[in-house]
Design a protein around this ligand. Structure first.
Ligand code: ADP
Ligand code: MG
Length: 251
């Protein structure tokens, strides 16, 4: 059974026919346990909307979304979302922000403390647990946000351009780091991005979406062993895959 399955998912914003925005044309795909699936498409093609539908943050009106065989009816920490802008609570320290992610789990105070410490070390923020988010760099904030989502114990991570707000060098470093972390933990992921290189670097498969209303144009297998090291970005196979996807998108 697929971990996640979408069938003919469409989405319009607004009720009246004449003013409605047709955000997602039609999307259908499935993701197996441990898979990393990326969706690339131009800005405004409905990527965030599609991810919010899977997260249960936008109510589904058309089509079917099943997670572990059950229809998605709302948000769940098992489908943990990471947003483009790190959505940390500014009034909580890094440690308290991360612990907050575990609030729906039946953990004792001691277990929460152990989990939080483990995640702080996994995301490399050991010396910053008592800092407030405003005192961290963008990359560190995004790592803290990811740790908070991981504290909920997700088996599927939903990543909405998670490194889009970071500079190119930090973004490349974070991609290597995320690839290692997910492979080590065997967590499945669904990433949406307009960054072709990011999609190829991280995923097993890339779905290419058209402009709005977004439809899935093609599915490309990224047949390179995971997790990948930074050096693969210049390998001929990697460059060829990037070019192939770029050609479909017309970039
Ligand atoms: P992407 O993430 O690919 O850039 P989005 O899913 O954010 O695209 O948006 C797809 C389309 O839906 C855009 O035209 C956008 O303006 C519109 N849209 C997104 N959210 C809303 C909303 N809450 N209300 C109305 N229109 C929206
Ligand atoms: Mg978006």
């Amino acid at each position: 059974m697929a971990k996640l399955n979408l069938e003919n998912v469409q989405h319009h914003f607004g009720a009246a026919e004449a003013t409605a925005v047709h955000a997602v044309g039609s999307a259908g795909f499935s993701l197996s346990d441990g898979d990393f699936l990326a969706i690339v498409g131009p800005s405004g093609c409905g990527k965030s909307t599609l991810l919010r539908l899977v997260a249960g943050l936008v109510p589904l009106r058309d089509g079917h979304i099943a997670f572990d065989g059950e229809p998605v009816t709302g948000p769940s920490p098992r489908r943990g979302m990471v947003f483009q802008q790190p959505a940390l609570f500014p009034w909580l320290t890094v440690e308290r922000n991360i612990a907050f992610g575990a609030r729906f789990r039946a953990l004792s105070r001691k277990q929460t403390a152990t989990l939080t410490a483990e995640l702080i070390s996994a995301v490399g923020l050991e010396d910053f647990e008592s800092f407030y988010p405003s005192a961290l760099s963008g990359g560190m904030q995004q790592r803290a946000a990811l740790a908070r989502t991981l504290a909920g114990g997700p088996d599927l991570l939903l990543l909405d351009e998670p490194f889009g707000a970071l500079d190119q060098q930090t973004r490349a470093k974070m991609q290597v780091w995320l690839a290692g972390l997910l492979a080590e933990r065997g967590i499945s992921a669904l990433l949406v991005t307009h960054d072709i290189e990011e999609a190829v670097f991280l995923s097993d498969r890339v779905l290419v979406m058209s402009g709005r209303p977004g439809r899935i144009l093609r599915e490309i297998d990224i047949d390179l062993p995971r997790p990948r090291a930074a050096g693969i970005r210049t390998a001929p196979g990697f460059v060829a895959l990037k070019a192939e996807i770029g050609a479909i998108l017309g970039t």
